[in-house]
Design a protein around this ligand. Structure first.
Ligand SMILES: [Zn+2]
Length: 240
């Protein structure tokens, strides 16, 4: 009788280990969610519970940029990582590596450790704000696809203008209103003011001034085209 019991135990354990993934497997996979969004151009790795929200932000960013004539023309991998390898700026929450066609976004849990900044626009970083960072980096990826009709890379200040306008467009109305209010009525009045130096000194004020300028622009698509085609220059380029 003992041998019969032993055989039954072996059969039972075989059945246990060879069965297809059950709820536990799916729960573990969900904790580090990876995969393609509905928009096939973006694929996340390690997004965890924020995966649906970050996908929505990525898709909204792609649609926003397409509406401005800046379609994302190649698939981009977006990795959620504990440490960013494509920038050495401590305050950054994301970066785009053109050489690797890869966006890195700082992990939610890692953000709450170490010496880097934990808030953006005065808020603790949540999925909505992190999604806006995803949109910002997708803008950099789309600009990398834009033809260089003027024979030189798009000035950094203009890249950041387009990336920040995309980023703020992804926020909910109430959140965006509060972000804009932090800087009174400050707004760029012309492209010559959108300099890399200003961006580096105060990136959040740069973002707000960019967005207000964008709102006040009558033909936004035409303006973006002028920037991308090299028909405008920031001040710093006049002195080179
Ligand atoms: Zn940027």
């Amino acid at each position: 009788m003992k041998w019969l019991l032993a055989i039954l135990l072996v059969l039972a354990s075989l059945a246990l280990f060879s069965r297809p993934p059950g709820p536990l497997h799916f729960a573990l996979a969900g904790a580090r969610a990876s995969g393609a969004c509905a928009a096939p151009m973006v694929r996340f790795r390690g997004a965890g519970k924020d995966f649906p929200a970050l996908c929505r932000s990525a898709e909204a960013a792609i649609a926003f940029l397409s509406g401005l004539g800046l379609a994302l023309r190649h698939p981009v991998q977006i990795d959620i990582v504990p440490v960013l390898s494509c920038t050495d700026r401590n305050e950054c929450l994301g970066c785009f590596s053109a050489s690797r066609d890869r966006i890195e976004i700082l992990d939610l849990t890692a953000r709450n450790q170490g010496a880097f900044r934990r808030r953006i626009f005065g808020f603790d970083v949540d999925a909505e704000l992190l999604g806006s960072v995803v949109g910002h980096e997708i803008a950099h990826a789309a600009l990398h696809d834009a033809p260089e009709k003027h024979g030189r890379p798009l000035p950094r200040g203009f890249q950041e203008y387009i990336a920040h306008v995309t980023q703020l467009s992804l926020l909910g109305d109430q959140r965006r209103k509060r972000v804009l209010e932090r800087y009174g009525d400050a707004a760029f009045t012309g492209p010559e003011q959108m300099t890399a130096i200003f961006y580096q000194i105060d990136p959040e004020k740069f973002a707000v001034m960019s967005y207000r300028h964008f709102l006040a622009t009558a033909d936004r698509k035409a303006f973006i085209r002028r920037l991308v085609e090299g028909k405008e220059s920031p001040y710093e380029l006049y002195f080179r």
